[in-house]
Design a protein around this ligand. Structure first.
Ligand code: HEM
Length: 196
């Protein structure tokens, strides 16, 4: 793909990534959600996890296709994961907890699924803050080390989902399976590289 076509593709993808937000706004505004707060919390949570996994899929996709484009999209997709995480967290502290700091701290300490979700969110902050080219150059090799945090973050995200679901575990199990494949591929390639 030449550079011009790629920049059109990236711009189209940028807009496409905003569709989950537009859809949620549309559904809530048109009265299509029985419980709007729960709906927005769940929708933004699902998209945070989805974007995390899509971001993690870029390196295997690069290896499997031999094309450079997936890696050039990785930063934008990762920042979208952070964007949806911010919306998710904001919904929680604003519409769910009404900015009651003491209640938020209590909830984070008391409910394990909130604890791990919060941990994942906090760990995402340094990744988003160091996503610029300048930070990449400044941190040198440490940038790669720091950004390996994305693996525990994704694991915590899946655990958060797994623990909050009370009955049907199908959806979190699908996310867990996708994450296991993505991490498994990386481990397999690393082993092969070491034994070569
Ligand atoms: C990277 C960080 C996070 C990810 C990937 C994530 C992901 C998710 C997912 C997938 C859901 C379930 C959506 C569904 O039911 O379809 C969810 C729900 C929820 N999350 Fe998160 N979350 C994160 C951070 C947080 C944080 C920081 C908080 C609050 C401190 C939080 C609080 C909640 C709550 C209250 C629910 C709804 C639970 C319910 O419906 O009973 N999450 N999240």
């Amino acid at each position: 793909m030449n550079l011009r076509t790629f920049s059109y593709f990236k711009a189209a993808l940028f807009v496409l990534c905003l569709l989950p937000l537009a859809r949620a706004v549309w559904i809530v505004a048109s009265g299509g959600a029985v419980n709007p707060i729960e709906f927005v919390t769940r929708s933004t949570g699902t998209w945070t996890l989805s974007f995390l996994l899509i971001t993690l899929a870029m390196t295997p996709l690069r290896r499997l296709t031999g094309r450079p484009e997936p890696l050039r999209l990785r930063r934008m997709l990762g920042l979208y994961a952070f964007f949806y995480a911010c919306l998710h967290f904001t919904t929680y502290i604003w519409l769910d907890q009404f900015f009651d700091l003491a209640a938020i701290v209590r909830d984070i300490a008391k409910r394990p699924f909130v604890t791990v979700g919060f941990a994942a969110f906090v760990l995402l902050i340094p990744l988003a803050a160091t996503s610029t080219d300048r930070m990449m150059r400044r941190l040198k090799r440490n940038w790669g080390r720091l950004h390996r945090l994305v693996y525990p973050i994704a694991i915590l995200g899946v655990l958060h989902y797994w623990w909050l679901v009370k009955k049907d575990l199908t959806q979190p199990a699908l996310f867990a399976a996708a994450l296991a494949v993505l991490l498994g591929m990386r481990l397999w390639w690393r082993r092969r590289r070491r034994s070569a």
